[in-house]
Design a protein around this ligand. Structure first.
Ligand code: NAP
Length: 524
């Protein structure tokens, strides 16, 4: 397909009038064609108007029609073929195999949500039948279901050009909830975004849905991104990116006459605790696994292990030495964008120049335009506890080891951690008691707690939580990965004493949708 460099608004492809967006191949520095003229307020207005018009019809689509729509998007993305992964490689510097895996995950997510929609549990139907004879007061008939919030703005993430971009987890869960979506495409991969956006456009047409169910805008985040979140028709926001971008959008959403929820995933350093028995028994093997996880995707995963915490001593020294060797042997990988590369260099520089931080090892220097040279640093818990800046995310393959004097200091470090997406424990049977002591603190800090694994590689399933307290996300009550992500874009409505003919189908007598319902407190 020839890329046109246009915004996709409903079924139209429109040329923007604002500053150009040009993708750059981060491996070569070459500018990629075509140029995407950025959209402005007029395009935001049109996309939101269409989304609002579509909402009334789309939110009441049958479970089957909505599920088929999600499956049609997946089929259309699959049908793009190699062009999608080739363009993705050129725009991100990620390897072909990664892009292929990500396409599988993207389409898998859409199909998972299709099944979730069909099952209808998300409707959370509750019926408390009338009790006219109840004493001292009768009870009226009360019925509850969930509806989609309304049009949702989604910001594509730079680090998952497929799985967390135009048709990624935020879009899939919002569409599953019955919400039209307006995507602000990430400026680093507009071509990949256009290909996927056109696949969604085709699915909308094939499924005879109103065109405003989906639009894709390109342009400056500070302009169209802000305008989108400020638009009164937008009812929720999904975002993955920097803490500054996420908090700016939260501020805009809160300052609206009608504030709206922002589900922003921002920054997490994913601490890894090495408990004493595990460290003693298999420190070297843990070091190997750690270096593999650290280098995955050039460290540009939100779940990258950026902090390692353990009690000091010969076992920790052996771990640091083995991990340092692994880091030294790590080949440089291309980073996603020049901006992310610059931010990484600055972050590593902050650690390297810090008086209380020691450099253990640096990886191989690369010869691509924007290489990520891996890094490992070490400091004492005392320094970490007194300097909050040492908790700042360095987005890339760099990690900081915190050496603690004893288990009490490990507990103090745990208590001082900011909110995280994940916390990992490496532990053996002999560490059970130490882990039990830490767990109540860790639960307050992270959305996912793992034992003897690595946080990178997030399973898309029903039990996953990819979320956590601020700054990992802006709202710790939810997840952005897995089927529970649908609940971010739903709200309950209770219907009191409505005549049967006015009730939504899911709530009518006889259970026409055939979904699980809580009737008078009992699951049916
Ligand atoms: P970003 O700069 O936050 O940009 C993400 C999206 O938000 C882009 O579409 C951007 O628009 C928009 N945006 C940024 N600031 C905005 C603002 N003030 N108002 C409205 N929209 C705004 O993130 P990035 O480009 O992906 O990467 C930059 C840094 O973010 C990385 O170095 C890393 O530190 C962090 N990051 C973290 C994660 C994570 O999962 N933890 C993932 C990715 C990135 P433009 O098109 O104008 O840029």
């Amino acid at each position: 397909m020839t890329l046109e460099g246009k915004l996709l608004i409903g079924q139209q492809a429109i040329s923007g009038q604002q500053a150009d967006i040009k993708a750059v191949n981060p491996a070569t520095g070459e500018t990629l064609q075509p140029t995407y003229a950025g959209g402005g307020k007029a395009e935001v207005e049109r996309a939101c108007e269409l989304a609002e018009a579509a909402y009334g019809i789309y939110r009441e689509t049958s479970l089957e029609d909505r599920a088929v729509f999600l499956e049609t998007i997946a089929n259309e993305i699959d049908a793009i073929g190699d062009e999608l992964t080739e363009r993705g490689v050129a725009e991100t510097g990620l390897p072909e195999a990664r892009l292929q895996g990500e396409r599988g995950r993207t389409c898998g997510q859409l199909r998972l949500f299709a099944n979730v929609v069909r099952a209808g549990e998300w409707l959370d139907v509750r019926i408390d039948p009338a009790m006219p004879d109840r004493e001292p007061m009768p009870r009226v008939d009360l019925r509850q279901r969930h509806i989609g919030l309304g049009p949702v703005a989604v910001f594509g993430a730079s680090n998952f050009p497929l799985a967390f971009s135009v048709a990624g987890g935020d879009t899939a869960s919002a569409l599953a909830a019955g919400c039209p979506v307006v995507v602000k495409g990430h400026s680093a991969h507009p071509g990949t975004s256009e290909l996927v956006g056109r696949a969604i456009q085709r699915a909308v047409a094939k499924c005879n849905l109103p065109e405003g169910v989906f639009s894709l805008l390109f342009g400056s985040g500070k302009e169209i991104g802000q305008a989108l979140v400020a638009d009164p028709r937008i009812q929720a926001v999904g975002f993955t990116g920097s803490r500054s971008g996420g908090t700016a959008l939260m501020a805009t959403a809160q300052a609206r006459p009608q504030p709206i929820p922002v589900y922003a995933e921002m920054s997490s350093i994913n601490p890894v605790f090495l408990l004493p028995e595990a460290l003693k028994a298999r420190g070297k093997a843990i070091a190997e696994g750690f270096v593999g996880s650290l280098n995955m995707g050039a460290g540009q995963f939100c779940t990258n292990p950026g902090l390692v915490i353990a009690v000091q001593g010969p076992e920790l020294d052996a771990f640091v030495e083995a991990a340092g060797e692994g880091v030294k042997g790590s080949a440089a990988q291309t980073m996603l964008t020049p901006g992310i590369h610059d931010a990484y260099q600055q972050g590593v520089g902050r650690l390297a120049n810090h008086a209380k931080v020691t450099e253990v090892a640096r990886g191989q220097a690369g010869d691509t335009a924007h290489p990520c040279q891996a890094g490992l640093f070490v400091t004492q818990a005392e320094a970490f506890l007194s300097e909050p800046a040492l908790q700042e995310e360095v987005f890339g393959a760099t990690s900081l080891v915190i050496a603690c004097t004893d288990a009490q200091e490990v507990a103090r470090v745990a208590a001082q951690l900011e909110g995280q997406l994940t916390i990992t424990l490496h532990m053996d049977d002999g560490d059970l008691e130490a882990a039990r002591q830490l767990l109540p603190t860790l639960e307050r800090k992270a959305g996912r707690i793992l034992a003897n694994g690595w946080p990178t590689g997030v399973e898309v399933c029903h039990a996953m939580v990819h979320g956590g307290p601020y700054p990992a996300t802006s709202d710790s009550r939810t997840t952005s990965v897995g089927s529970a992500a649908i609940f971010r874009f739903l709200r309950p409505v209770c219907y009191q004493a409505l005549p049967e003919g006015l009730l939504p189908e899911a709530l009518r007598d006889g259970n026409p949708f055939g979904v699980s319902r809580l009737v008078d407190g009992k699951r049916e």
